[in-house]
Design a protein around this ligand. Structure first.
Ligand code: ADP
Ligand code: MG
Length: 696
């Protein structure tokens, strides 16, 4: 067996491989492109392409693909063969620099929210050299950004890269004030991916899972998660075999899969890799999700990545651990000296300001039809953004706000105990699981993103907002004389923390009181996707995107359209599936069972008229009422659904889905679910929660 270390990175064109395969001058030039964003000359690109091809062919690759992330939220790839015939019946393998750096997929079939009507239909993909190429199933995959010919972003990666550049520029200005000049400042992220595994044969019998990724019906199982025995429980052999194959596949493509464990809900699990630079981490997360889905089938399993596949038990999130790093320091790690602590507090205050100012946009960035079922469902944070700092840091912040500082900056830091920041204890800061945005010792954990989402959007918003606060700080401080900087910075920190303290909350985010308190504080509470999406195009948010160079107004508006349409389409699919399942799957079976009970009563009454049949009659009445209830709710849903579909304006349609269709769907579900525990098992037409959640 190959040594463990040698199983890592065998299929990734890593820095190590580049060194090995590239002439040293080419390697140096490419490195400057990767680390400092210098443009890549065509002859260098040709040399890189040649080396990449040789490397890939040695590892069995036959094709290459520009791998990108269209707005449909999944990844796309078109495979092109390396082979080209030379006319004498033979062929050679070819791959040029141009083919490496640029591709020209037809953009017309990808969502673009009206950009196509306004601009050129064709799009192009451009190599992102900061995310390494890898081989997947004999295809050399090249991570790329996807734009229209006129440069409008058509994907999720481009704005993320732009937001990273904005943070880089503004954070460097701030660090320069502290006399530091790193080569780069990069957002780092580590995503904890939650998922469910269920038996493939059960999945195949559930139209709702196949069409919508979640169960639209289903009574609670006899046993849920109340015994708390699944979390960190021993991993069963089938699941373990899957996890081992998954780890191996991920390691081969250079993804440092690190932790794996059973999660709280039955059949729920989690995988977290070691964090990476934001764009790389997003690429890796999407690959992790893809490998999970594909490899599950090798084990007779299906991997569900929906945010809420099963009602009544925990849904799945994708916690986004986030920090800012230079090439040698984590900027959210409190330093060892009072000066470092001022710098830490500047970054902290800027994050707090960013999250408060753009709380609506952050909420919007994770709004999907699936996540609507998860947020606020008592296992995930509510749809209200707040920040948890932990007791120690909160106390320091409180003291700064209260103005407990002396005139001299360093002395004042010692006065409020800021010099003891280095002892900030991770365990003391990591306890509040109910907070959507929690400081965990040396990074923030954004817990709102759902398991199915591409977290590019959330990180683009966060990075853009933080870049803006950093910019404000740098703008205010660059004119201050050096000897006054420390106290001016502290005054700035004090003012910023004072202005934004409403976003800080250390209590129970799941509680009803918090909803009321948050309303008093004027925090945004946007319960559904339909409520949250308009924030995308609110003037202050458009201004942020413009100012930070992340999205033009046209791009932002087109993205809003795409999200709205997608929400409406998904809701339409769910309503269709529900109506069809109610009518064709459940009603016939509940009626058939009612008929059986009725026939039983008739036969017994005929044969033995004296036998009391009250209980059976009672059951028959319940079944008959249940059937009636299903019919009535089905009618109500059909009406709400067709009313929604008839609305031409997508925002209005989305509102109707969120506020009229959703309650009608819930009512129909309740009517069907009420029958499940009383209809004979043999008559029930689909696998139940009991059947799906405890068998692998
Ligand atoms: P927990 O479940 O306690 O929140 P996990 O170990 O499951 O923690 O996940 C933590 C994630 O945070 C990992 O992906 C880890 O690599 C990541 N992480 C650690 N430090 C940083 C950092 N500085 N920036 C971004 N992510 C980080
Ligand atoms: Mg975790």
């Amino acid at each position: 067996m190959t040594a463990l270390e040698e199983r890592f990175g065998t299929m990734v064109f890593s820095d190590h491989m580049m060194k090995k395969y590239l002439p040293s001058d080419v390697y140096k030039q490419l490195n400057r492109t990767i680390k400092e964003g210098e443009p890549l000359a065509l002859d260098v690109a040709n040399a890189v392409a040649h080396a990449m091809k040789e490397w890939a062919l040695e590892r069995g690759a036959t094709h290459y693909a520009h791998w990108f992330q269209p707005l449909s939220c999944i990844t796309s790839e078109k495979h092109d063969g390396f082979l080209e015939p030379v006319g004498d019946g033979t062929a050679i393998a070819k791959f040029s620099g141009k083919e490496l750096v640029q591709g020209e997929p037809d953009a017309s079939s990808f969502p673009n929210g009206g950009l196509r009507a306004t601009f050129e239909a064709r799009g192009y993909t451009a190599w992102d050299p900061t995310s390494p190429a890898f081989i997947k199933d004999e295809v050399l995959c090249i991570p790329t950004a996807f734009c229209s010919y006129t440069g409008e972003a058509l994907d999720k990666k481009t704005p993320l890269l732009r937001s990273m550049a904005a943070v880089d520029a503004q954070a460097k200005r701030v660090l320069a004030l502290f006399g530091k000049h790193p080569r780069s400042v990069t957002p780092t992220i580590g995503n904890e991916q939650e998922y469910f595994l269920i038996p493939e044969d059960a999945y195949a019998k559930r139209q709702d899972l196949i069409m919508c990724g979640r169960t639209l019906f289903g009574a609670p199982p006899c046993k849920g998660q109340e015994l708390e025995e699944h979390y960190f429980g021993a991993i069963r052999p089938t699941v373990n075999a899957f996890m081992k194959e998954l780890d191996d596949a991920l390691w081969a493509i250079g993804i440092p899969a690190k932790t794996k464990h059973n999660e709280v809900a039955p059949a729920q699990h989690e995988l977290a890799p070691v964090f990476a630079n934001a764009n790389v981490a997003v690429d890796q997360n999407l690959l992790i999700m893809e490998e999970m889905r594909l490899l599950a089938s090798h084990h007779g399993l299906v991997c569900l990545q929906h945010e809420k596949p099963f009602e009544g038990i925990n849904g799945s999130g994708k916690h986004n651990n986030w920090s800012l790093a230079t090439e040698n320091a984590n900027l959210l790690d409190p330093g060892d000296t009072p000066e470092d602590n001022v710098q830490f507090l500047v970054f902290l205050a800027c994050v707090i300001e960013a999250v408060d100012d753009y709380q609506d946009l952050l909420r919007m960035s994770v709004a999907t039809c699936g996540n609507d079922h998860r947020l606020g469902a008592n296992e995930a944070p509510p749809a209200i953004i707040s920040i948890f700092l932990g007791d120690q840091l909160q106390e320091i912040v409180d003291r700064i706000i209260a103005g407990e500082h002396a005139a001299h900056a360093t002395q004042s830091l010692i006065d409020f105990g800021v010099d003891v920041l280095p002892t900030l204890d991770r365990d003391a800061t990591d306890r509040n699981r109910t907070s959507p945005f929690a400081f965990t010792g040396n990074k923030f954990e954004f817990r709102m993103p759902g398991s199915a989402v591409n977290v590019s959007d959330a990180n683009m918003v966060l990075d853009a907002a933080v870049a803006k606060s950093l910019k404000s700080f740098a703008d205010a401080m660059e004119e201050v004389p050096a000897d006054e900087f420390a106290s001016a910075a502290l005054a700035y920190i004090k003012q910023t923390l004072t202005d934004h303290q409403r976003i800080l909350f250390g209590g129970d985010g799941y509680s009803e009181e918090w909803h009321q308190e948050a309303a008093r504080r004027g925090l945004a509470n946007l319960p559904t996707t339909a409520d949250a999406l308009p924030c995308f195009v609110a003037p202050k948010n458009l201004a942020l995107f413009e100012e930070m160079g992340v999205l033009s107004e046209t791009e932002a508006r087109s993205r809003y359209e795409v999200k709205l349409e997608k929400y409406c389409k998904r809701m339409n699919i769910e309503a269709n599936t529900m109506e069809r399942m109610a009518r064709r799957t459940y009603l016939p079976q509940v009626s058939a069972y009612a008929n059986k009970v009725a026939k039983g009563i008739a036969i017994v009454t005929e044969v033995a008229p004296d036998v009391p049949m009250e209980d059976e009659r009672g059951e028959l009445a319940t079944l008959a009422e249940g059937v009636h209830e299903i019919y009535v709710s089905l009618e109500a849903l059909s009406k709400a659904h067709s009313d929604a579909e008839s609305l031409g304006d997508f925002q209005e349609r989305a509102n109707a889905y969120a506020h009229d269709v959703t309650p009608a769907m819930e009512a129909l579900r309740a009517a069907v679910d009420a029958m499940e525990p009383i209809v004979a098992r043999d008559y029930w037409p689909v696998p139940t929660y009991d059947d799906m959640l405890f068998y692998c």
